[in-house]
Design a protein around this ligand. Sequence first.
Ligand code: GTP
Ligand code: MG
Length: 344
Amino acid sequence: TTATDDTLRTPIVAVLGHVDHGKTSLLDKIRGSAVTAGESGAITQHIGATAVPLDVISEIAGDLVDPTDFDLPGLLFIDTPGHHSFSTLRSRGGALADIAILVVDVNDGFQPQTLEAIDILKRTQTPFIVAANKIDTVPGWNPNEGQPVQQTMDAQSDRVQSDLNEKLYEIIGELSDNGFSADMYWRVQNFQANIGVVPVSAETSEGIPDLLTVMMGLSQRYMKEEMEIDTSGPGVGTVLEVKDTQGFGTTLDAIIYDGTIRNDDTIVVGGLQGPIVTDVRALLRPRPLEEIRTEQEFEQVEQVAAADGVKIAAPDLGDAMAGAPIRVIRDRDRSEVIAEVEEE
Ligand code: GTP
Ligand code: MG
């Protein structure tokens, strides 16, 4: 087990990219469940959050990660849909993120929603890396399930290596055309100045150890100060989705990114007709490694500390809006909190 500091919150990682480039499949692999299989038309219609604790990351990453190098508790991944009609969901995911993974199909390269995602990341100044996905589809590829990517690339024939490198350098070129200096991740020293490209396969898990290692390293190195929060402070979050939950009426799927929300808190939520002030009735939480939107049996919890996904049950949420802010009042001045929600 690893010592984690409870004043360091989990970094929020948005997974962005063009439709079908493999965002959900990558998370699915990491999660070890079968969300992709259950999706209608394999299009992700909703944003979900997946908490991956450090010990799981360390297990997947094997030799690449020494868990004692890290004191951040893990990573919280937010999946986003690539279909062109879901641009507000993508913006919401991008705005919420501390860091991001831009998924690009090595065969397809940059596509319209890849460029849209780049614009969101630029606008929100979110550091990101590129997962160059589907390397297993290069003709003649000889898969080495779950291996670090340099190892499996070295094991390919010269022809396959040069085919893949050509595709990867096209992606690096596209990044450069969009104003980002980029290189293969193992050549990047300063991830703030350069975008690291990680070749991966969501099919064979090749490169996934690298992807997790880079994300963890990036957060630890550049995000740590931003992750230092007062977890006992009044919670702050964002509504991802407003939906009915059996036995609880209208509920909010939310991400709490600061402080703590408790099951006896009064909260202010952005609504169509202005801020809604309401009392939390229940906090419902999926277990780690489970996806909020596929979890059937929620467990009721007393409190949820940032950063994490939570389903909030409370009266009067009918008017709440996806994307709206959530703020816990607790010992703060009620009108001040309402004013903050109104401004956001
Ligand atoms: P949207 O949510 O619709 O934007 O798509 P997505 O980016 O989440 O893509 P998804 O994970 O649903 O994958 C799309 C298709 O590509 C599925 O049929 C996957 O099985 C396939 N796929 C994803 N990653 C890989 C990969 O690394 N290799 C291969 N061979 N197929 C992949
Ligand atoms: Mg998807």
